[in-house]
Design a protein around this ligand. Structure first.
Ligand code: DAT
Ligand code: MG
Length: 141
């Protein structure tokens, strides 16, 4: 076995408000666990504007920014730290394209969503952002 390939990572998962509202949390977590990843910790919170703006700071000024912030703060979301081998990229692959209409069938967004704003799920895009986002949502816990 090539043990050098095994790199255990951590990433931040958010099941966004429409995922909670549509009762898709269990189905989404089930796919992530079935892949082989571990739910390290998890909570349901309504993300406030200040936290949302920190989380999505890189998108400030973009045409979809206001819609994104009002959507992510619109109701309860489930936030979790996921761990496992290569899970930063691995979770992104399970999620599918940002635009659910371009996401392949078999991916979470491809199977359960149609709208680019209500795209159900967030996963950190780099190791560096994963650590930043985990600190933002779970710092001090
Ligand atoms: P991802 O969530 O796949 O990492 P992103 O970081 O580029 O995508 O964008 C963050 C969120 O912003 C995304 O989940 C949905 C929204 N968004 C991105 N591009 C958009 C667009 N062109 N129109 C509307 N919303 C968009
Ligand atoms: Mg992103």
């Amino acid at each position: 076995m090539d043990s050098e390939r095994i790199r255990i990572e951590r990433t931040l998962l958010i099941v966004k408000p429409d995922g909670v509202d549509r009762r898709l949390v269990g189905g989404i977590l089930s796919r992530i666990e079935r892949k082989g990843y571990t739910i390290e910790c998890m909570k349901t919170i309504t993300i406030d504007r200040e936290l949302a703006e920190k989380h999505y700071a890189e998108h400030k000024g973009k045409p979809f920014y206001d819609k994104l912030i009002s959507y992510i703060t619109s109701g309860p979301a489930v936030v979790a730290v996921i761990s496992g081998e290569g899970c930063v990229g691995g979770l992104r692959y399970l999620m599918g394209n940002t635009d659910p209409l371009k996401a392949a069938p078999g991916t979470i967004r491809g199977d359960y969503a149609t709208n680019v704003t209500k795209n159900l799920i967030h996963g950190s895009d780099t190791l560096e952002n994963a650590e930043r986002e985990i600190a933002l949502f779970f710092g001090g816990e």
